[in-house]
Ligand binder design. Structure first.
Ligand SMILES: [Zn+2]
Length: 265
């Protein structure tokens, strides 16, 4: 059953995009959780079925390797994600599993590289429904004032023994349930970036006193940047979300009041 369409929830999309925008020099990555529904294509011939993939949640991953063009998922991270999917299955009452991965292409085009396609093929060997998303960010032409971002959804296909990428139709769908779940994931981005910086700094603690002071100063600078560029926008996002919930509560209280008045009449 080939995957024909992928639906990504708005908040999952925003979390992935925020994660992609958090680092301009190196690629970042994460895993996508969701479920696949079987559909029948009646316009062609009876019995032709295809899959619709629904991405419900996202797990942002801490990088073990920090290079511009290299992203890796460790088996440990995959098994932790599978456990998270199991928990979510019970919570949402849907057969949630790890259904894909995403990674960023800072300053490069959105098309999957040869490495991306072969990585994708390896995942598909384990699960044929597995999909890949690529967020191209910080793309800017010379004559443009602002940077652009673009997104592609793909799978690997074997055409006459050669691996190629196949683009899949992607839609961003509004969240149906458990609003606010992704705000929790979004809030994890600064913590994950902090852990990455801390681990990186701890690896550089050897050497003479001057090197140590220099490395600590670089770490402090990175922390200030993290606070300014990531933590503060996250706090603003959470406050805005709180305000939207309060507005919603107020609206519902007004509806309740008018219904109470109606029953009294
Ligand atoms: Zn790539």
């Amino acid at each position: 059953m080939p995957i024909k369409e992928v639906f990504v929830k708005t908040d999952v999309y925003l979390t992935c995009l925020s994660h992609a925008l958090s680092t301009e020099k190196e690629e970042v990555m994460g895993l996508l959780l969701g479920h696949v529904d079987q559909r029948f294509d009646l316009s062609l011939k009876v019995g032709v079925s295809y899959g619709q993939s629904f991405i419900e949640n996202v797990i942002i991953l801490q990088r073990s390797v920090r290079q511009a063009d290299r992203v890796e998922i460790s088996p440990l991270q995959l098994s932790a994600a599978a456990q998270e999917a199991e928990k979510l299955s019970i919570e949402l009452g849907k057969p949630i599993r790890v259904l894909g991965w995403y990674h960023s292409h800072p300053h490069i085009t959105v098309q999957p590289s040869h490495v991306d396609v072969s990585t994708q093929a390896n995942y598909q060997a384990m699960d044929p429904d597995f999909i890949g998303l690529i967020f191209s960010v910080f793309q800017q032409e010379d004559n443009e004032k602002f940077a652009n971002s673009s997104l592609v959804c793909f799978q690997a296909v074997n055409v006459d023994g050669v691996l190629r990428s196949r683009e899949i139709l992607l839609s961003i769908s509004p969240p149906e349930t458990a609003a606010g779940m992704e705000i929790k994931t979004l809030a994890k981005i600064p913590l994950m970036l902090f852990n990455e910086e801390k681990e990186h700094m701890e690896k550089c603690l050897s050497g003479d006193l001057v090197s140590k002071v220099q490395n600590k100063a670089v770490f402090t600078q990175a922390m200030c940047q993290l606070l300014q560029c990531c933590e503060m926008p996250c706090v603003s996002a959470v406050l805005a979300y709180e305000q939207s919930l309060l507005n919603n509560l107020h609206r519902l209280q007004l509806v309740k009041q008018s219904l109470d008045n109606l029953t009294k009449c």
